[in-house]
Structure formats: structure tokens, C-alpha cells
Design a binder for this molecule. Structure first.
Ligand code: GLC
Ligand code: GLC
Length: 815
């Protein structure tokens, strides 16, 4: 069952009924001012940091769900009927309804009793504000006397404090109202230099700034008293809950349309010019007033909206495909790339599943996210790499998380997640391949942000590899530490106390438990660093890395192979995890993906065997589950993985992040049908038709789909902010479509179902636009290239001569 449809030409998802299984959200903003917005106008806004600079309030986890938002109400003076054109909060049955989620904007439109209302929300580039444009049309045969109300609830800035410290907060709230603009200035009188404002383009019939004056006692947003009565009360908040609401009277003749603009913004004043007049307690509005005026003018709003559309058209234009499959096209061309940019902006901070309050960006997560956005914003990827590397520890290890504002490592979580440093090598390798910017390796980067410790970035990569080599266990496999990629496989934790963190509790000295996943990851990273070393003319060093990788392959052969698949780990007792000898958790997906991606077993048939085992033991119609059989009870020696009920999250859920590893591995074996089949099983667009089962948004990936052991098999959770986005993008664009940046240029090596006749791609790469046409001439994956009409050897397009900005490539596929 569907709740909407893709409008591919406009790059929008069009939701056609408001009662989606879960709120289906979108993101506003792409620089410093952000918000989430649901299909019924729920959500909140913040400046830079969803915890420290929360502008508006939101209620997660309540019934009804998704409360607090950017709500508009309309009231018909004739009969006093009022409704929300976005359905929530009043949930009035609307005559029609659509929500269009686009690239950085959302438009919600509906009709009720002949009154059509459409509100478009977006954040202009370069500004710290959002604009709501509401257009009301009277389609009745008679004139309509309407009142239009805006409303939002201000958060008192620090979201955690806002949600907990009532004894203080009920007394601190303050506002000013001047020329119809509502200024929220809680704590501005003391140390804050910022305030929020909420403005309206029309002259007002009234306003409210005290929530309970607007709602009335014992009422909520479904039935605000002031709206019911048709008159706001001009309340001024003193403490309690500051809010903003405007009332505009509209008399519309039959067929008449009026547009009303609302602007919600954030502004920082210089510390020494906070007040006007100086010495008063009144906000200095001199700088902000012209900004407000500008965006209350419709022409300026439209120009800003067009600029936003152009921004996304340009970013997405870097990689565009045309294939026989609509799901591929819309995910690659629009939604998967968009989701990658959202994870770049948000990391794991703000979604329906991330409260915005949790701190920290993951070391491994950030490096993997980069794989999905590096081609769109390479300069910002460079900056991100240097930030991440600056938190690395002198021994090559990494803080598991760092703080986005201070960019320092997070001591609460600490380090010893032994896979972390290796992802830095993969992140840097991806950046080098995309940008060709070798200078990044010479950038001086400190350790643990300590001045005086700087070394070239290249040395950080060397230390990352060495970190693994310094921590080998009894079998010669890498020690796992607190966890590897799977944060929930905690082999040194042994926690028996409720509430303890599985990630930071460590009851074993960590000298025994080993990870086969890290072994595979090490081989992958060592090969990348060897290629980089070679390209820098460091033959001996490159050879050393290849030798270390070869040693690790031998150890993995001897101790990491279970007979029909790769083992997952050894626990603190030296017993295998992910082995046929285990009672539960016999086979795990991660080492099958990562080891094959590292090339282990490609030559001797073990890779094929491992992937065949994945197909028979782990693959479901809803994707490939993380392991089988699921853990039916808590295992002290395994940790959090066995804390989840069977079929959820790391305990045998379809953890979508890992599925593309198998797609890539299948592609490396040349098995295009299998690779593409797995791709489609979790492709959100391909799952649109079963939205009542999937429940999350059909336009973005979710972290998890409930596995075969779950009562709700096929149900997705934790949409948007997940490494799933980047890895699926890498799998489809680089390995299935096969358009792959390498250190030597752009490679064209598709691995696709035999039934595909071909496809075309436009790819901007290092200043050159490549137009690539792939034509199947027979079965198989062999590629013959013609570049600007001349056939070339191999499958890498030679770099064009300086000054050439367009190259045409024709690739014949198969034999
Ligand atoms: C709050 C504090 C209390 C303090 C009082 C006066 O009630 O909890 O410790 O004495 O304020 O400042
Ligand atoms: C979450 C974490 C990520 C981890 C994954 C598997 O997505 O953010 O770091 O790899 O779970 O446990």
C-alpha cells in the first residue's frame, strides 16, 4: 500500500494522505540553520547545534506522536469552524491533502470547504532563518471571511535543560513584540547574545506569546482557545512557555488568492551592542530589521527559493544516471545523494530517532559518511577529514566520538574501539580518489588536538595501521577492544548491572577477544595505503603494507575461516563467535562482506562459498539479516548484541549498513544478478508499494529493517541518519554501475544483470564532465572502452589533456 508517489521531474516525494504509518520527515537548511519537518508540519528548528541552540520545541515519544511544529490554523468567521491545513494538530478531515518533500523544502497543501491553503517552508542559502509562505485561495462561489493564525512554541535554547529544569525555566522566559514582530529573548539579558524572531508580512489583528493564553488551560494544540474564539489575546510571556502566534484577517472574494509570509529566524548581536539604547534591556534590532524586511517581500522570497533549487540541481548534477530501472534512477539521482548530504550536515544528531540532545560525531561513522558526499562537496570533506584526524590519539587509536562544536574527542565514551582508526584510511583514500588533492597528506594535523603534536596527515594513516599491528591476539587476529564496527558485539564487557553502558563498561583486560572483521578491514586499509604510498614513490613502504596485509590474509585463512564462511570473532574464552560450532549466532554478515571486499578468498573459491552461505542463511525478501540464528537470550560474554529481542537491531535485524558490503562483494565476483537483487530488496523506492509494512519513508534508507525472527519482519526503523546511505550509494554507483574514482582516473566497470541493455551517466570528476554510455554486447563483465571515439586499453578512462572539460566515453559490456 502506498501513501504517496515520487515526482521524479520535480525531485519531490508527494504524500497524498496525512496519516502515514509514521511521520515522514524532511530536512530544512543546508548550512547553519536547520530544521526537521514532518508531512503534517511537525518538527523543530535550530541554529548549528540541535542541543545548544534549539529554537522551537518538539515532543518525541508522546501520544499523539509528532507534536510541536510550524502550525497554521484557519478559521471561518461565518460559522467559527477552524482547521489545520497541514491536518495536524486539529486532524480535521480535509477534502484533499498533499505534502511535497523536496530538496531542502516542504510544501503542504489542502482544501477544506472550498478554501485551499498551501504553505511552503524553506531556509534561504546564506541566511539563519526559515520562511513559511502561505497561499490561501477561495474556491467558493461566495466571499470568505477568514482568520489565519501562525503558531510555534519556543524552546529555551538548551534542549536538555529545556526538557528538565522547570524550576528555573518557568521563570526565565522573555519576549518583546515590536511592529508585529515577536522576539524571543530568554536569557538574552545575561550571557546570551542571540535571540529568535518570528515575523509576519501582514498587519496583525492580534498576537500571542504566552502559550497558555493561546491554548487555554487544559487544552492542547488541537483546540487552542484563542483560535476557537477567533481572537488572539496579545499576551506577553513572563516565564512559563514563550510562544509565537500571529493573527491575520483575510476577506477573500470568490477565486481570490492571498499570500502571507512568515519568517522565523535566529540572530546574534555583537556582545558590546546587545541593547538599544545602550544600557537598556531592549534588544538592539538594527542589524536584524533589514533582514526581516527583505524576506517579507515576496520577490526576495522567490529569488531565494530559486537559488535553493539551483543549488541542489548543481550538487545532484555531479552524478546523474539514466538506467532501465526507475528505482535506481531516483535513488541515485535524487534521494540517496540527498540523504548523503543530510548525514553530512546532521551526522547522528537530529531525526525522529535522534533527539538532537545526544552529543558527538562518531569517528568511524564520519569517515564512512564521507564516502557518500565526497563527490558533492570535496572541500568540505577535506575539512571534515582534518577535523576527525585532529582527534586521533598519539598511539594511532581514536576517540570513538568527538564534539561537533569543540571538535574535541569525547572523554565520556573514550577510545579502544579497535576498528576506528582504520576507517580514517578509507575516508582519506576516497577523498584522494575523488579530488586528486595529494596536498592533503602533507597537511599538519595534531593528535588529540594538542598544539605542538602536529604531523603530516600521512603519518596519521601510518599510525592507524600500526595501531592494529600493535594489538594482535592469541591467533594473530586483531584484538577487538570495546567493539568493532558492530558496536553491540562487546566481548570484553561482561555487564550484569542494569543501565551500564555496554560500550564503556569493560570487565576483561581485552587480551583475548579478537575480530575477524577488523582483520578484513585491516587488509582493505593496508592495500589502500600501499596504493597511496606507491603513488608517492614510496616503494619499500608500499611493499611493507602489502606484506602485512598478506600476513593478515594468512592468519584469516587459518583462524578466521569456518569451512563455509568467515568466522566473526573469538570471545574472551578464546571460543569462536559466528561459527557452525556455536549454538546461536553461527554466521554473521560483516566478515563475509568486508573480507571479500578485501580480496580474501577471491582466488581460492572461499569468497564464493561465503557469499553462497549468506544467500542461503542470511538473505530474506526484506534484506540480509546481520546474523543467524538470532540470540534467544542474553549472553554475558557477547554483550549488547544479545540484549535486543531476536530480529531487531544488531540481533539479527536487517542492519542495512552491511547489505551494500555484500552487494559490493557479489559485484567483485562478477555476479550482477545477485548484487542487484540485494540492492533492490532494501531500496526504499522499490519498497514503496509495501509502505504499510515498511512504515518509514519510502524515499530514504533506514538503519534497520526488522529481521526474520521479529514479529514485525519487514518493518523499518531509524530512517535518515545512518551509514546505510553512504554505503548503498557507493555500492550502486561505484560497483554495480561501476563508475569508480581511482587514483589513476575514472574507472568504468559495471556489474549488472544480463537483462540490462545498458545505461548512460553524466559524471563531473576533477573538473571534467564525463558522458558515459554503457552498451551491453553480451553476457559478462568485460569492458571495452572508447574515449572520444578512440579505443583505449583497460577500463580506466585516461585523464584528458589540461583544458579539456568534456569527455565522451562509450563502454561495451560483456563479450
Ligand atoms: C532553588 C534551589 C535551592 C536554592 C533556592 C534559592 O530552590 O534548589 O537550592 O536555595 O533555589 O536560590
Ligand atoms: C550504529 C553506529 C555505528 C555502528 C552501527 C553498528 O549505526 O552509529 O557506529 O557501526 O550502529 O553497531
Amino acid at each position: 500500500m502506498k501513501f504517496g508517489t515520487f515526482d521524479d521531474a520535480r525531485r519531490e516525494y508527494v504524500i497524498t494522505r496525512p496519516d502515514t504509518p509514521l511521520p515522514w520527515i524532511n530536512y530544512l537548511g543546508c548550512e547553519t540553520y536547520f530544521g526537521i519537518i514532518s508531512n503534517t508540519a511537525g518538527g523543530y528548528s535550530f541554529y548549528r547545534d540541535a542541543r545548544m541552540r534549539r529554537l522551537t520545541r518538539y515532543r518525541y515519544n508522546n501520544a499523539p506522536l509528532d507534536f510541536g511544529g510550524r502550525y497554521i490554523y484557519l478559521r471561518d468567521a461565518a460559522d467559527g469552524a477552524y482547521w489545520s491545513p497541514s491536518w495536524q494538530p486539529t486532524k480535521t478531515k480535509l477534502d484533499d491533502y498533499t505534502c511535497r518533500h523536496g530538496m531542502g523544502y516542504t510544501t503542504i497543501a489542502s482544501t477544506f470547504k472550498g478554501i485551499r491553503a498551501e504553505t511552503r517552508y524553506f531556509v534561504p542559502l546564506g541566511e539563519t532563518l526559515e520562511i513559511w509562505t502561505t497561499t490561501i485561495t477561495n474556491t467558493r462561489a461566495t466571499a470568505a471571511d477568514l482568520d489565519l493564525f501562525s503558531s510555534l512554541e519556543f524552546a529555551l535554547w538548551e534542549a536538555w535543560d529545556d526538557a528538565t529544569n522547570y524550576q528555573r525555566n518557568y521563570s526565565t522566559g522573555q519576549v518583546e513584540v515590536e511592529d508585529g514582530v515577536i522576539y524571543h529573548k530568554t536569557e538574552y539579558r545575561e550571557r546570551r547574545d542571540h535571540f529568535a524572531y518570528f515575523a509576519c508580512s501582514e498587519s496583525l489583528a492580534g498576537f500571542d506569546t504566552q502559550r497558555d493564553a493561546f491554548l487555554g488551560a487544559y487544552r492542547d494544540w488541537r483546540e487552542p482557545l484563542a483560535v476557537e474564539q477567533g481572537a488572539l489575546t496579545n499576551s506577553i510571556a513572563h516565564g512559563w512557555q514563550p510562544m509565537g502566534a500571529h493573527q491575520v484577517k483575510l476577506t477573500l472574494q470568490p477565486g481570490e488568492t492571498r499570500t502571507v509570509t512568515f519568517v522565523l529566524g535566529y540572530h546574534e548581536n555583537p556582545q558590546d551592542a546587545k541593547f538599544d539604547p545602550p544600557g537598556s534591556q531592549t534588544i538592539n534590532k538594527q542589524i536584524v530589521k533589514p533582514v526581516i524586511s527583505k524576506y517579507l517581500q515576496p520577490a526576495n522570497v522567490e529569488a531565494a527559493f530559486e537559488a535553493l533549487r539551483a543549488y541542489w540541481a548543481d550538487l545532484l548534477g555531479i552524478f546523474q544516471v539514466h538506467t532501465p530501472d526507475a528505482h535506481v534512477d531516483r535513488m541515485v539521482n535524487v534521494w540517496n545523494a540527498y540523504q548523503n548530504m543530510v548525514t553530512f550536515n546532521m551526522s547522528r544528531s537530529t531525526s525522529l530517532y535522534e533527539s538532537g540532545i545526544g552529543r558527538g560525531m562518531g569517528f568511524r561513522d564520519s569517515n564512512q559518511d564521507l564516502l557518500g558526499f565526497v563527490h558533492m562537496v570535496p572541500e568540505r570533506a577535506r575539512e571534515r577529514i582534518l577535523d576527525i584526524a585532529s582527534t586521533q590519539l598519539p598511539n594511532g587509536g581514536a576517540y570513538h566520538q568527538y564534539q561537533p562544536l569543540t571538535k574535541r574527542g569525547n572523554n565520556d565514551v573514550g577510545s579502544n574501539f579497535n576498528d576506528d582508526p582504520l576507517w580514517l584510511i578509507l575516508g582519506v583514500a576516497a577523498y584522494l580518489k575523488e579530488s586528486g588533492d595529494w596536498s592533503v597528506l602533507d597537511a599538519l594535523v595534531p593528535y588529540d588536538n594538542a598544539a605542538g603534536t602536529e604531523t603530516p596527515l600521512y603519518e596519521h594513516l601510518q599510525r592507524s595501521l600500526q595501531y592494529t599491528l600493535d594489538r594482535l591476539g592469541p591467533h594473530g587476529l586483531p584484538l577487538i577492544g570495546r567493539a568493532d564496527w558492530n558496536d553491540c558485539l562487546n566481548l570484553n564487557c561482561f555487564s550484569d548491572t542494569p543501565g551500564q553502558s555496554f560500550q564503556t563498561t569493560t570487565n576483561k583486560d581485552g587480551k583475548v577477544a579478537e575480530s575477524v572483521l577488523i582483520a578484513g578491514l585491516f587488509v582493505l586499509a593496508a592495500d589502500e595505503l600501499a596504493d597511496i604510498a606507491l603513488a608517492r614513490g614510496l616503494q619499500a613502504e608500499a611493499q611493507r603494507y602489502r606484506d602485512e596485509a598478506a600476513k593478515m590474509v594468512t592468519v584469516t585463512d587459518e583462524h578466521g575461516w569456518d569451512g563455509a564462511w568467515f568466522k566473526r570473532a573469538y570471545d574472551d574464552f578464546g571460543q569462536p563467535v559466528g561459527s557452525s560450532v556455536c549454538e546461536e549466532g553461527q554466521i554473521f554478515i560483516e566478515p563475509q562482506g568486508i573480507c571479500v571486499m578485501a580480496g580474501i578468498g577471491l582466488a581460492d573459491g572461499r569468497a564464493t562459498k561465503a557469499l553462497d552461505s549468506v544467500a542461503t542463511r542470511l538473505a530474506t525478501p526484506h534484506g540480509i539479516v546481520l546474523q543467524q540464528p538470532a540470540y534467544s537470550r542474553y549472553h554475558l560474554n557477547l554483550g549488547e548484541i544479545s540484549s535486543y529481542p531476536p530480529g531487531y537491531k544488531e540481533n539479527a535485524g536487517v542492519f542495512c549498513h552491511t547489505n551494500p558490503w555484500i552487494m559490493i562483494a557479489e559485484a567483485m565476483l562478477g555476479r550482477g544478478e545477485a548484487a542487484f537483487d540485494y540492492y533492490q530488496r532494501i531500496n526504499p523506492s522499490a519498497r514503496e508499494a509495501i509502505s504499510e509494512v515498511h512504515r518509514c519513508e519510502p524515499y530514504v534508507y533506514a538503519q534497520m529493517i526488522a529481521g526474520i525472527d521479529a514479529a514485525t519482519h519487514g518493518e523499518a526503523k531509524n530512517s535518515w541518519l545512518s551509514g546505510t546511505a553512504a554505503w548503498n550509494y557507493v555500492a550502486i554507483t561505484q560497483w554495480l554501475l561501476g563508475i569508480r574514482p581511482t587514483l589513476n582516473g575514472l574507472q568504468v566497470a559495471p556489474v549488472l544483470p544480463a537483462s540490462w541493455p545498458g545505461f548512460t551517466v553524466t559524471r563531473r570528476f576533477q573538473g571534467v564532465t564525463y558522458t558515459i554510455e554503457v552498451v551491453r554486447r553480451g553476457p559478462g563483465t568485460q569492458v571495452a572502452l572508447e574515449v572520444d571515439g578512440a579505443s583505449v586499453h583497460g577500463d580506466v578512462v585516461p585523464r584528458p589533456k589540461p583544458g579539456v572539460s568534456a569527455v565522451s566515453v562509450r563502454a561495451s559490456l560483456g563479450s
